[in-house]
Write a protein that binds this ligand. Structure first.
Ligand SMILES: Nc1nc2c(c(=O)[nH]1)N[C@H]1C(S)=C(S)[C@@H](COP(=O)(O)O)O[C@H]1N2
Ligand SMILES: [Mo]
Length: 416
């Protein structure tokens, strides 16, 4: 008998066995299937217990991952709003490097315009261009797309002695896969004229955020994004369209994007001047561009349960606005000695990179530190280096090293 025939014989035999099973269908199984088919929640269903019915896609009730309204962590709303529109990423709950869309922090000057109808929304490319263009969302989606993983971090995300937990210290950063059209494609299509040096992105919300971006950056890797982590960008993240300006501080990433203007100088906008430049502090108006290398240990970290003696895997996140993370060093003795952490997964440019280091804690008080080195050989600064460097200006990126002190009872404290 050939192998093929043997295979056929076996198939027939199994087929017969299955048919026999159907004929003598066990009563319980059959009934469960029939009664369960028309409802999502079957009391006493196949698994015997449905006292806590779940919507499809909902997290387990044992997982308490929610965005944290900024007023709840004892911070004033960054934009001085009593309603506190800002909310933080529960960074202690994240695994890997992607932030689920509903946990991505929110930073904005007013509540999200929830009701932008994507069929009515338009993107205008104007200013110093040969052909001003108006795009519908469908038209944008017909253009070549890119999907890239990038973090976004608010300028307010900085270590501070007044904060007590990891989420307070580092909850204004998140990392998603963004899908959309490169801004360069749209600008080229419109025909940018000689002399253009900046572009201005403007939003459709009432307060309106206008952000000036240097023209070379606009032509490099800026994305007009309609997708986030495999679905349309959600309203609080800018539905239906937002800018993603990789590596530049949060305010460049204009949500609810409605217009991009090509200009021969930056156009002063209220929010930019009042919150995001050195104005009215000292010296001439200046814009902060790429963010430097940064990292934070997310386990062990303040806000978590006390640490247990013995083996622990130190884990954390690192990123840089200037490129990819090339190395992360960890110190378990307050900075006297440093070890290279293991980088988990590919280190993508301008994206969260997870690192880990095995460690045995002997129960002695100590301080844990991490420092990121990016592929431009830039090293994350100490607190002293950071404040010395920015002594004469408002520091744009709060990227000094974050220390966690572990006391002998296992409790973890912010030692910044
Ligand atoms: N239209 C608009 N876009 C905006 C803002 C805003 O207030 N309005 N806030 C900016 C700031 S300050 C940050 S840090 C990022 C935050 O993006 P996220 O809310 O998606 O986390 O959005 C930026 N885009
Ligand atoms: Mo921000």
């Amino acid at each position: 008998m050939s192998a093929r025939q043997a295979g056929r014989r076996r198939f027939i035999k199994e087929g017969a066995a299955l048919a026999g099973l159907a004929a003598a269908a066990p009563a319980v199984g059959a009934q469960t299937l029939v009664s369960g088919s028309s409802r999502t929640h079957v009391p006493g269903g196949p698994h015997g217990q449905a006292e806590h019915p779940l919507e499809f896609g909902e997290r387990s009730r044992f997982v308490r991952a929610r965005r944290i309204p900024i007023t709840q962590v004892g911070h004033a709303d960054m934009h001085g709003d009593p309603n506190g529109y800002d909310a933080m990423t529960p960074i202690d709950q994240l695994t890997g490097t992607i932030t689920p869309a509903d946990l991505h922090y929110v930073s904005q000057h007013q509540n999200a315009p929830e009701d932008i109808d994507p069929r009515k929304h338009r993107l205008l490319i104007s200013g110093m261009v040969d052909r001003p263009l108006i795009f519908t969302l469908d038209e944008l989606k017909r253009l070549p797309s890119v999907s890239r993983i990038h973090y976004i971090e608010c300028i307010a995300n900085r270590p501070s002695a007044r904060d007590q937990t990891l989420n307070q210290v580092c909850g204004m950063v998140a990392c998603s896969e963004w899908t959309g059209v490169l801004l360069s494609v749209l600008l080229e299509e419109a025909g940018v004229q000689d002399g253009v040096t900046w572009v201005l992105g403007e939003s459709a919300d009432k307060v309106g955020l206008g952000t000036n971006i240097p023209f070379p950056k606009a032509m490099d890797d800026v994305i007009v994004a309609y997708g986030q982590n495999g679905e349309p960008v959600r309203p609080h993240q800018g539905f239906p369209l937002r800018l993603v300006v990789p590596g530049f501080e949060g305010k460049y990433h204009v949500k609810w994007l409605k217009q991009v203007r090509a200009l021969d100088r930056p156009y002063p906008t209220y929010w930019e001047q009042s919150h995001f430049t050195n104005y009215p502090h000292r010296g001439p108006l200046s814009y902060y561009l790429e963010q430097g290398p940064k990292s934070v240990i997310t386990f062990p970290a303040a806000g978590r349960d006390p640490l247990e003696r013995g083996f622990n895997m130190i884990s954390g996140l690192a990123w840089s606005g200037c490129g990819a993370v090339s190395r992360v060093e960890v110190s378990t003795d307050g900075g006297q000695t440093w070890k290279d952490a293991e980088i988990e997964g590919p280190a993508l440019r301008v994206a969260f990179t997870r690192f880990q280091l095995p460690w045995t804690w002997d129960g002695q008080e100590t301080v844990l530190l991490s420092r990121c080195i990016d592929d431009q050989d830039q090293v994350q600064p100490t607190a002293e280096e950071h404040s010395a460097f920015w002594a004469h200006a408002r520091p744009p990126h709060g990227n000094p090293i974050q220390p966690w002190r572990i006391t002998s009872d296992g409790r973890i404290h912010n030692a910044f």
